[in-house]
Design a protein around this ligand. Structure first.
Ligand SMILES: NC(=O)c1ccc[n+]([C@@H]2O[C@H](COP(=O)([O-])OP(=O)(O)OC[C@H]3O[C@@H](n4cnc5c(N)ncnc54)[C@H](O)[C@@H]3O)[C@@H](O)[C@H]2O)c1
Length: 360
């Protein structure tokens, strides 16, 4: 849906399941020719590379354990890659993938969805402009309640692989939603997390991975921060909240009202900015990233679509590795993927060593 929103992509083929019959059924549901619905990414890449009208880009939305193999094969087959987070199952795989991205010089993007909201980009622009002054503290909370019960044994395919270290990686909640929080924190503040102290818990006995995380961080400018992520926060849906406190003002955003940003000043009343093509007080890039006038809220699909659109622009420009060095690039790339993987492994390491401070 997000890929199609701006008319930049046509879905021409796919591996919709590892079972060839299910893949054909999945493809048919999306209007794909049965001959182009494959049972594996290897057969898809081999067949498509022989066609004059073969696929040019791939979207990888499988569980984490297959990300590396599919991304590497696709890049080496000449495809541009847009992949879901976390970029791979391990940090070592992410480092190896970076080498493939640089060698093949294909466009590579990661769907850290929340950085696609236009008002989140305004928050970033405000932090980078210095309007709220030096950043003193950042807090990101990402809480869900869907793993409060034993969803993994009650038929939820999504839960089953997420609690399995062989498929998800060494992080449970920290790898699934903690990485989104880290990316949002660094994307908006423009500051990197230098070190962290993590307390990861497995609240439901018997699970092999964490389902609740409290991570105290120290940013590169010395400011303290907090990432709180939980999937056993009973009753929570998908609550994502960001607060940035600067010496002159603070920012507050919540996905509950995704088109609204509060600017809380130290010496004057709070301002509220709303996303929109004509949004008052917004920078040109923020207005351009919105599709409708203010009062018509943008949502998750539009945020994701902004990432697809930037990916499409880069493919059309024929850009390569040079873009990844560009500080103005908003589409997350392999370096953000590597940071996410390092964050997961550093948090696991810190928590195992009784919350010890660990460098990122
Ligand atoms: N960016 C976001 O906001 C966001 C949101 C949800 C999930 N994700 C990420 O997306 C990925 C998928 O998560 P999900 O919840 O959609 O999982 P899911 O289990 O609902 O879907 C995964 C699909 O991949 C298929 N599959 C598995 N292995 C395959 C293979 N080798 N080749 C082809 N198809 C294969 C499965 O049949 C299934 O249809 C994960 O990496 C997850 O972290 C990102």
């Amino acid at each position: 849906m997000a890929a199609r929103l701006d008319g930049q992509f046509e879905l021409v083929c796919g591996t919709f399941s590892r079972d060839p019959a299910k893949s054909r059924a999945g493809g048919a549901a999306s209007g794909i020719d049965a001959a182009r619905s494959y049972g594996s990414h290897t057969s898809m890449l081999a067949a498509e590379s022989k066609r004059a009208d073969g696929m040019q880009a791939i979207v990888i939305v499988t569980p984490n354990d297959s990300h590396f193999a599919i991304a590497k094969a696709a890049l080496e087959a000449g495809c541009h890659v847009l992949i879901d987070k976390p970029v791979t199952r391990t940090h070592a795989e992410a480092l190896a993938l970076r080498e493939v991205v640089l060698r093949t010089r294909r466009v590579f993007g990661i769907t850290y969805t929340y950085s696609g909201y236009s008002i989140v980009r305004e928050a970033r622009a405000i932090c980078l402009s210095g309007r709220i002054g030096a950043i003193r503290k950042v807090v990101v909370e990402y809480t869900q309640g869907w793993l409060s019960g034993r969803a993994e044994t009650q038929g939820s395919v999504q839960a089953a692989w997420r609690v399995d270290p062989q498929r998800a990686g060494s992080g449970g909640c920290i790898g699934d939603i903690g990485v989104h929080a880290l990316h949002l924190l660094e994307f908006v503040s423009g500051l990197r997390v230098a070190r962290l102290r993590a307390d990861l818990s497995t609240v439901l006995p018997g699970r092999q991975l964490d389902d609740d995380c409290t991570v105290i961080v120290r940013l590169e400018n010395g400011a303290p921060g907090l990432i709180h992520a939980s999937q056993i926060a009973t009753g929570e849906r998908n609550e994502l909240r960001l607060r940035v406190f600067g010496e002159a003002g603070g920012l507050a955003w919540s996905q509950d009202a995704p088109d609204r940003l509060e600017l809380r000043w130290i010496d004057r009343p709070t301002e509220i900015l709303y996303a929109g093509r004509d949004g008052k007080g917004l920078g040109p890039a923020t207005r351009a990233a919105a599709r409708l006038p203010v009062g018509h809220p943008e949502g998750f699909i539009e945020a994701l679509a902004n990432l697809y659109l930037e990916f499409a622009h880069e493919v059309r420009r024929g850009s390569d590795g040079a873009d990844r060095q560009d500080d103005n690039r908003l589409l997350p790339g392999i370096d953000e993927g590597i940071r996410g993987m390092r964050f997961i492994e550093a948090a696991v390491e810190s928590s195992r060593q009784a919350d010890r401070w660990t460098q990122l």
